[in-house]
Each structure stands twice: as C-alpha cells, then as structure tokens.
Design a protein around this ligand. Structure first.
Ligand code: UD1
Length: 418
C-alpha cells in the first residue's frame, strides 16, 4: 500500500491552481442521467469521480473521460436503463445514493444500495427517503437495498427538511426535476456545490430558484439536447492550501477561485491574524509569526465547513493560547486528533468540542488517517513538523485531492509517494 513521505520545516512558496469541486461534480454526474448529452469541464480527476462514472456506466450511460483536459462527456439516449445501483459501487462512496432521485423521477423505479456508515459517523439516508416519500414514492428497505417505486410519476409538493442535509437536498432537487407541478423545499442546504447543481439543471431546461434556504422547482417539459458545464472550484481544496500557506509560507497564491465564496474561511483566517491579499480570482497568504487563538463551530454553508475542520485544527496548534472547535455536523469527526497528538499537538476532546493548546512544536511521525480530510490535515502537520512524517492509507487522499503532491512540490515542499 502506498505511503507519503514528507520532510517538514521547508518554506513553501509558489502558485497553486485550484481544481474543480469533487462535491459539485458528484451530484452533477448523477443529474446527467436526466439529460441526453452532457459535456463537463474542470472535472477533478480523483477516485470518487471514477467510482461515480463506473456506477453510471453500470446503469447504462456512455462515459468518455479526456484526462488531459479534465473533461467528461456523458450520453444517455436510452429509454430503458439498468435502474440498479449495486452495493459494490455505493459502499465506498456515499454519494452513489444520489442516483436515486434521478433514476426514480425519470424511470419511475429504482433499486439503490444503502450506503452504510463510515468513519466519521453513522450517516443515515432517512432525510433523502423522507423527501422522496413526500414526492409520492413508495419506499421499502430490503436486503440492504432501497426499493423505490413511483408508477404514476412523482408529484410536486411542499417539503420542509427537519434538519439540514447536503445530500438529501440534492436528491430531493433531482427527484423534483421531473415531478408534476411545483415543489417547494425549505430548510435546505445551500452549499455552493448545490448552487452549481441548480445552475446545471437550469441549463438543461429546469426552472429552479433559490430564496434563502428555500428552493422552488417547477417541472420542465423541454430539455436541451446538448449542454456544457464548467464545474465550480473546490472551496475545500482552496481552504486547505490557504492553511498550508499560513503554516509554512513564504508566499502561496491560490488561483482559479471565487473569493466571495470563501468569505467565512477568509474571515476566520484573518481573525487568527493571517495576512491575506484578495484578487479577482486569486488569494495570496504568507506565514505569520504570531497566530491568535480562536473559537469556532462547524455549520452548514455559509458557516465554517466541517470539511475544513481538521485542517484548521492544525493551524490552531500553532496559535498562541487555547483555541476551541465545536463539531456540529458529524458525531465522530475528531479521528485525526490522536494522530496529531502523536506528532506533539496538545489537544483534548470533550463531547463535541476540541480544545487545542498552542503553540506547540510538531515533530514528524508515522501516522495514518481514517478519512479524506483527516488525511490532508496530517499532510499539513507534516509540512510544519520537524523531521520526517510518513502518512499511511493515502487512498483516502486520492478520493478527493487532485495532484496533491505535485501541487505542493511546485511550491517547494519535499513530499514523495512510495
Ligand atoms: C456532504 C459532503 C461532505 C460534507 C457534508 C457536510 C458530498 C459528496 N459530501 O455529505 O463532504 O462533509 O456534506 O457538509 O457533497 N443526515 C441524517 N440523515 C440523512 C442525511 C444526513 O441524519 O438522511 C445527517 C448526517 O449524518 C450528518 C448531517 O446530517 O450528521 C449532515 O450530513 P449531509 O449534509 O447529508 O452530508 P453528506 O451529503 O453526506
């Protein structure tokens, strides 16, 4: 199994081009089932995307990937497809369950494996099913599969989510796309990736509008035959490299971003004392001699994202005083903490809150991670630690970070896969 070797304490400097968002591409790929011909650009070539395209091929779509151009073309001219999403293709990536809404609304039935839990929490799909039932689907759970049926088609209605979920909002939008009449979703997630999905569906011919946390979907009848869509930038990747620059810059400039989407992250980094220069589509940061402590909580967008919690925690190990992070989204998302402690961090956890005492000197160690964002936090720690850090189980990183080593190497980091 491959590992990453990082030699720490190198001053980083250079430019990093931010890739397209994995979490936007996945629901848009699921939405492509609704279309005839789609061309997606700025697609990040990471493992989760290939898991999704394998699932779409299994279902019956034609998929052509042009790796050099980060392009994916999809075609679905079929009246009949395989309405099954099997366990082997959903178990490694929860977003597989997003095909449920598209298949059900277009083909009136679907059989999709339950994704099961994962390292960061139990992660049920009850809110996805709640929305589909409200739209008129009959749902049964049998042998680990969701069996969904809507013989007469789905019907628009008013749905208020009892709590905010990114995936459930996406599945509901996809299902409502073909539902009769009008659907009004409230208490929705409104992450930029969901907004990108809506832009895509509107290009396809949809009539979808967002008002605060309310999303209104009117059935469309005429679909465009050919659509092109450029995937939005990955705000989590952008945030990760901003933290890297503040930890270990010289100067790091990230390009191909929309700074207004990163407002919450930029505000938090500034509160910690970071010096940030904002351009039209770029952000530049450099290492700060002194970083200030801060208390934050993870929240749905536009709040601070849970997907950047582990990375910010590494920054807090270098801040003066006691910082606190409350994790409100997932119940088990502090798995990186024992590994950071092995590198010298002083962190305590009480219930949902991590208490980070800083500044601490980090030293390299052999570490391993249990999920995508935890893995990258250990890479960040390795960049500022003394000596060498060896990161195991890097398949987690490969699920979501495109060309991580090359992007860091271009900024003078000593990092090697072996
Ligand atoms: C998406 C992101 C993930 C991010 C998360 C929160 C993708 C592919 N993944 O995951 O990177 O960390 O949003 O920003 O976009 N919940 C329920 N019942 C449900 C669904 C969710 O109780 O039916 C709970 C979850 O357990 C969790 C919370 O709601 O505690 C939020 O999860 P959700 O927003 O659905 O996350 P995902 O869509 O799975």
């Amino acid at each position: 199994m491959q590992k990453l070797l990082i030699k720490g304490k190198r001053k980083l400097s250079g430019k990093i081009s931010i890739s397209g968002s994995k979490n936007a591409t996945l629901p848009i790929l699921a939405a492509s089932i609704l279309a005839e011909q789609v061309k997606l650009s700025n697609v990040p070539l990471v493992k989760d995307i290939f898991t999704m395209t394998d699932l779409l091929k299994f279902i019956g779509l034609k998929v052509k990937v042009e790796k050099k151009k980060n392009l994916i073309e999809l075609t679905n001219y079929k009246k009949k497809i395989n309405t099954l999403a099997p366990y082997k293709l959903v178990k490694t990536m929860r977003a597989g369950v997003l095909v449920l809404g598209s298949i059900l609304t277009k083909y009136k039935k679907a059989k999709v494996s339950l994704p099961g839990g994962c390292a960061i929490g139990t992660r049920p799909v009850d809110l996805h099913l709640f929305a589909l039932k409200k739209l008129g689907a009959k749902i049964k759970i049998k042998d680990g599969y969701i069996l969904a049926d809507a013989k007469k088609g789905l019907k628009g209605t008013k749905i208020r989510f009892p709590s905010i979920s990114v995936g459930a909002t996406e599945n509901a939008i996809l299902a409502a796309f073909n539902a009769k009449g009008e659907t009004i979703l409230s208490n929705c997630a409104i992450e930029p990736e969901i907004q990108d999905l809506i832009t895509f569906l509107n290009k396809l011919g949809g009539k979808i509008k967002i008002f605060g946390r309310k999303i209104i979907i009117k059935r469309q009848r005429f679909l465009r035959k050919n659509i092109n869509h450029r995937i939005i930038f990955d705000r989590i990747e952008a945030g990760t490299y901003l933290v890297a620059g503040i930890l270990a810059g010289g100067k790091i400039k990230i390009n191909d971003v929309k700074p207004r989407i990163l407002k919450c992250e930029i505000d938090i980094l500034k509160k910690m004392g970071a010096k940030i220069k904002i351009g039209k589509s770029s952000i530049e940061v450099k290492k700060n001699k002194v970083l200030k402590k801060l208390n934050i909580s993870t929240k749905p967008y536009p709040g601070f994202p849970t997907d950047l919690q582990a990375q910010l925690m590494v920054l807090m190990t270098q801040a003066e005083g006691l910082s606190k992070i409350k994790e409100n989204i997932f119940e088990n998302r502090f798995m990186h903490v024992p590994e950071l402690k092995r590198m010298g961090a002083k962190i305590e956890i009480k219930n949902k809150t991590a208490f980070i005492f800083g500044p601490t000197k980090l030293t390299g160690a052999e570490v391993m991670a249990t999920d995508l964002r935890a893995s990258v936090s250990l890479v960040l720690a390795g960049l500022v630690a003394e000596n060498r850090t060896i990161l195991n189980r890097i398949y987690h990183l490969d699920r979501g970070y495109e060309s991580l080593e090359n992007k860091l190497k271009n900024c003078k980091a000593k990092i090697k896969r072996y």
